[in-house]
Design a protein around this ligand. Structure first.
Ligand SMILES: [Zn+2]
Ligand SMILES: [Zn+2]
Length: 127
């Protein structure tokens, strides 16, 4: 069973190396993109290397495929997708642009010349 089977195929898989001496240029735990959980710096693998949660941007919308509490929404990098996070795919979604790290969603923001999606832009369903 592939525990990442539900993870989007559209974005690269990012890993974080938790080996104490393995840090990136920013002094934070080293992160890398790979199909395999093997650190290119220190050669550690699972469970020292962990899958990094992918945080997507959710965009309020009148006809998005996802139902929020007061509004519908879609995932910026995959507007047709009808689920957000699951316990298995280590994906999350937020409307706070400061916490998203999905390359596809960040590209969507740039393409739409947006820097933030404010709560005040939420569009109530049916209005
Ligand atoms: Zn490492
Ligand atoms: Zn995304």
């Amino acid at each position: 069973m592939n525990e990442h089977a539900e993870r989007t195929k559209a974005q690269p898989v990012e890993w974080i190396c938790r080996h104490p001496t393995c840090v990136g240029e920013d002094g934070q735990p080293f992160k890398f993109t790979s199909d395999y959980p093997t650190c290119p710096k220190c050669s550690q693998t699972l469970p020292i290397v962990q899958l990094l949660a992918l945080v997507h941007l959710i965009v309020p919308s009148l006809d998005g495929p996802l139902q929020g509490k007061n509004y519908k929404f879609f995932i910026a990098c995959d507007p047709k997708r009808d689920y957000t996070a699951t316990t298995k795919n280590r994906e999350a979604a937020s409307n706070r642009t400061s916490v998203i790290n999905c390359p596809g969603c960040m590209k969507w923001l740039r393409d739409n010349n947006l820097s933030t999606i404010q709560d005040t832009t939420l569009l109530p369903v049916g209005s």
